[in-house]
Design a protein around this ligand. Structure first.
Ligand SMILES: *[C@@H]1O[C@H](CO)[C@@H](O)[C@H](O)[C@H]1NC(C)=O
Ligand SMILES: *[C@@H]1O[C@H](CO)[C@@H](O)[C@H](O)[C@H]1NC(C)=O
Ligand SMILES: *[C@@H]1O[C@H](CO)[C@@H](O)[C@H](O)[C@H]1NC(C)=O
Ligand SMILES: *[C@@H]1O[C@H](CO)[C@@H](O)[C@H](O)[C@H]1NC(C)=O
Ligand SMILES: *[C@@H]1O[C@H](CO)[C@@H](O)[C@H](O)[C@H]1NC(C)=O
Length: 356
């Protein structure tokens, strides 16, 4: 059991004195969430955080948006053809020395009497995964979602609070929306005078490979995709395409050339507002969802994981998904992802299927 950490408890008296009744000091919008302008909900909790929205012990964060009603409605609107597409990159896709510096997927098969067993030994960041709410804190404050501290993850307490097993109870299931930025970008190159940035976009050079809110909206418009509240946003930046197009030597040379730099969503207040207002989880084909290095004085890992409890999904294999979406001319689908039930785990393979 974990006990409420004193930091978050210390917020409660000031809250109760600021608010005469049990009514929170913000209004919920028609989707039942506070407006972005009310973040942080409970200062002095950190920048843009939503701690306390679902109670001080909540461990689901924005997954609370995936109500049975939203999931049922997604299954009705999205499952039309029965075509299923896996989003799982191979567990060992990065080879024996991962670009992201998370080692190798260890897989050992051995005879265990008249049959065989096997042992897997790997870093949970190595292939397609969801980050849990105990993976990344607000770095300066050293606080995870709802104020959880380092000692709950590793230290004097070692609880399982914010562990991924909590999500495994109901999975991450709902309406998925693919933003196929990479196909859209390539389309821009066919134009007579394409913007230089579309040519320079290199998923392994984060400085050139940011995806702005304007880009996301342009891609949605190009696809004719409408966003619904509670959707799971999935962005294809072209990272795995670029990875697969490199030789082993090129990948390792990049890996050794310095800190990881990669394509992803650009950090900006309008981007954060857009995500807050619409989505229950955000994923992509790149190592970190967000562009690395950050464009702002915060990271999405801090605000989304530690602030909102919003799952970040990384290294998804979106190639077959993009093909099927093009074939059906439909970039929305039913998404089912069941994380592993390992109490206290920091991340999990996604076990994800898109169903059209
Ligand atoms: C990784 O694989 C390469 C090529 O298959 C091999 O030459 C190298 O020795 C391997 N490295 C390790 C640490 O296993
Ligand atoms: C917590 O885990 C760390 C690392 O495994 C260990 O060193 C430490 O002793 C553990 N603390 C408790 C209270 O079990
Ligand atoms: C996101 O949500 C806001 C608030 O509900 C809405 O105004 C906006 O149109 C949504 N964005 C998209 C792309 O649908
Ligand atoms: C693959 O790499 C080659 C050589 O670097 C490059 O010319 C080509 O455009 C790349 N293709 C894709 C799909 O990225
Ligand atoms: C980032 O900068 C803005 C002003 O530009 C400021 O309001 C905000 O508090 C800063 N955030 C962090 C996390 O330092």
């Amino acid at each position: 059991m974990h006990t409420l950490n004193p930091f978050f408890l210390s917020l409660l008296p000031s809250l109760s004195s600021a608010v005469p009744s049990s009514k929170p000091p913000y209004k919920l919008n028609s989707n039942g969430i506070p407006p972005f302008s009310s973040l942080p909900l409970n200062p002095p909790a950190p920048y843009l955080s939503a701690w306390g929205l679902y109670g001080p012990k909540d461990e689901l964060g924005t997954l609370n948006r995936l109500t049975p009603g939203i999931v049922a409605s997604a299954s009705k609107s999205e499952i039309k053809t029965g075509v299923r597409i896996s989003l799982n990159w191979a567990m060992n896709a990065q080879g024996n020395e991962s670009f992201i510096n998370r080692g190798n997927f260890g897989h050992k098969i051995y005879p265990a009497g008249p049959y065989y067993d096997e042992i897997w030994d790997y870093n949970s960041q190595l292939s397609s995964h969801w980050d849990s709410l105990r993976h990344f804190p607000y770095v300066a404050e050293r606080r995870f979602y709802n104020g959880v501290r380092d000692q709950d993850v590793i230290g004097e307490v070692n609880s399982t609070v914010n562990g991924i097993h909590v999500w495994s109870e109901k999975g991450i299931v709902g309406r998925g929306v693919l933003v196929d930025f990479e196909s859209w970008r390539r389309k821009q190159l066919d134009k007579r005078n394409p913007e230089e940035r579309f040519r320079r976009f290199d998923p392994f050079k984060g400085e050139t490979a940011g995806i702005s809110l304007e880009d996301v909206k342009a891609v949605l418009k190009w696809q004719g995709t409408k966003v619904k509240f509670g959707d799971i946003l999935i962005v294809r930046s072209g990272w795995t395409v670029a990875f697969n197009n490199k030789t082993r030597e090129e990948v390792l040379a990049l890996q050794r050339s310095g800190p990881i730099s990669a394509s992803g969503l650009e950090q900006s207040l309008p981007m954060m507002k857009f995500i807050w207002e619409n989505f229950s989880a955000v994923a992509g084909d790149m190592p970190g969802v967000e562009a690395n290095p950050s464009r702002a004085n915060f990271t999405m890992h801090e605000v989304m994981l530690a602030g909102w409890g919003c799952p970040l999904g990384e290294l998804f294999d979106l190639e077959a998904l993009a093909e099927e979406a093009k074939r059906q001319k439909r970039w929305s689908f039913f998404l089912t992802s069941e994380v592993i039930n390992l109490p206290g785990a920091l991340a999990s393979p996604i076990n994800a299927l898109a169903i059209f």
